[in-house]
Each structure stands twice: as C-alpha cells, then as structure tokens.
Design a protein around this ligand. Structure first.
Ligand SMILES: [Zn+2]
Length: 290
C-alpha cells in the first residue's frame, strides 16, 4: 500500500480516507434555513456576499480488494458562469486526490452516490475528446432509484439541482445499478433511506452490523459538523417534515452507537462523532491519521 497522505480512520476492516474534489460556496442563509443569521454566522462565518465555504469531500473506503468511492464530488463540467456563481475551487480534484493515495480511476471498484444533486455526483462523468464518459470505467456505480429518475426527468421545483448528464453516460455504459430503501450493497456497506433533503437521499453505513465501530456517511442529512440539531434544516430541503424525522432518527442512532460521522460539506472536518449534550447534540471532531 502507498503511504497515506490524507486523513483516514479505521472502522472494523475498513480503511476510510478523506479525499477532495475542491470547494464551493453557497448562500449561508440557504444552507441554514430558518436558523437566524446571528447564530450561524459564528459557526460558519460568511463572506461579504453572505456565502459560506463548503468542502466537496468524497471518501475512499477500502476493504480487501474493494476500493469504494463514496460520493464523487462536483466534477469538471462547469461553464465559467457557474464556476463563478458557485465559487467553484478545483485546486484539488477527486482524481488528483486518489492519485495521492496511489490509485488511478481504473482502480476504483465501486462508486456509491447518496443522491444525485449536481454538487454530489458531477464527477461521475468526465468529458474526453468531446464525449461524456464514466470517470471510473471499471466501477459498479450505485445510486438511489428515485434520484436517478429525478436526474433524468426533474420537475420545475427540482430542475436547478439535477443534470441528466451526470448519470446517463454511466447508465449507457452499463455501469449503473439502483437501489431503494435499505440495502447491503457490499459486505459491510449498507445504504438506508434518509430522504427529506431530496426524494431519495440515502445515508451510507460501514461496519454497522459487525464487531467494532460503525461509520456513517451523512451526505446532506448533516452537511457540516455544525448542522447537528434536527431543526437545522437547509432551505434546499424539498420535504421539511420528512427531513426533520430522518435527521432526528439518524442523529439519535449515531449518538447512541457512538458512530464515526463522515462529513461531505464541512470546510475543515472530515470526521466527527455525534453525542448528546443535554437536550441538544454536539460533535467531537476526529483528526484522523495521516
Ligand atoms: Zn443535496
């Protein structure tokens, strides 16, 4: 194995490494929903234009021969206008951060997507010689069935969050498999419905039913280590009631089990454990080994 140059944690037989597909900025008010500016500005300090910096952080989960990328990132297929609107920073990319741990795109065996919003799935497809092709040509790709449908045929409300080109080339290459509800996609890697933010959003757990610690990839259920109270619901969430229910359920489970959380959008912290703090929740961040 190559030398690890990125933070990682061991969860049972899994080694989980934080990668990077860069950063973006979104409006702080949208990221914080009904939470007052006076409160969130201390947690995620906004720039002058009120945007906050968000990581785009895929995770590599390795166990035996399995090299699984959980959430791929925003990818490269962005016109200058959108790069500027979203302040997309691409000094690091999923492919460059995989190279840092000694892996080429061909080495990735599986890709798991929590949902199909463009900032989570754009990197699944690359442009090569004018054609759109899967970035990971040998990987089995898993995504929630409802989300794939939304990406291909979004309605008016959802149109701004999805792009068909993020999934169709993977499907046409015969590499896309869909799931619904709870499923064990690989030994020790499970997905569970945690919808609300979007129609099919799923969390990913590792080592949940086995000896030792469990990890949970939060996706947009808990986008940063600060979004840890059930009512801290983003304005982007399509079904607020369902989001509250699922956030309450999974935060309680994670705290109870002392699960290690994997955070996709947190600017600074890839890993952290949710715990109860009186009537609220708190997160103890974990530095990870390098
Ligand atoms: Zn999302």
């Amino acid at each position: 194995m190559g030398e690890r140059v990125r933070p990682s944690v061991s969860i049972g037989e899994w080694r989980i490494t934080a990668l990077s597909d860069g950063f973006m900025r979104l409006d702080g008010g949208s990221m914080w929903g009904v939470v007052p500016h006076n409160l969130w500005k201390h947690l995620t300090p906004p720039a002058e234009d009120n945007t906050i910096r968000l990581a785009l952080r895929p995770f590599l989960a390795e166990r035996g021969d399995a090299k699984v990328v959980i959430e791929v990132g925003i990818g490269d297929r962005w016109e200058a206008k959108w790069r500027s609107i979203y302040h997309i920073e691409r000094d690091e990319t999923l492919v460059s951060s995989l190279a840092e741990v000694g892996l080429a795109p061909e080495d990735v065996t599986h890709v798991v997507a929590s949902h199909c919003h463009f900032d989570h799935i754009g990197a699944m497809v690359s442009e090569k010689d004018g054609a759109l092709v899967p970035t990971f040509p040998k990987a089995r790709h898993f995504a929630p069935a409802i989300e794939v449908e939304m990406a291909k045929h979004p309605d008016h409300v959802r149109r701004a969050s999805y792009r068909a080109d993020d999934v169709v080339p993977v499907e046409e290459a015969g590499l896309l498999e869909t799931f619904s509800g709870s499923a064990e996609l690989l030994p020790g890697l499970r997905v569970h419905d945690a919808s609300g933010h979007s129609d099919g959003l799923s969390v990913v757990t590792l080592n949940e039913e086995e000896e030792g610690p469990t990890a949970i990839f939060w996706a947009d259920v808990v986008p940063t280590t600060h979004h840890v109270q059930p009512a801290y619901i983003m304005a982007y969430d399509i079904d607020v009631v369902r989001s509250f229910e699922h956030r309450s359920l999974w935060l309680a489970r994670a705290a109870e089990g002392e699960w290690v959380g994997l955070f996709y959008h947190d600017e600074h912290h890839p890993f952290g454990r949710v715990r109860r703090d009186g009537k609220k929740y708190a997160v103890d961040t974990i530095a990870g080994e390098v």
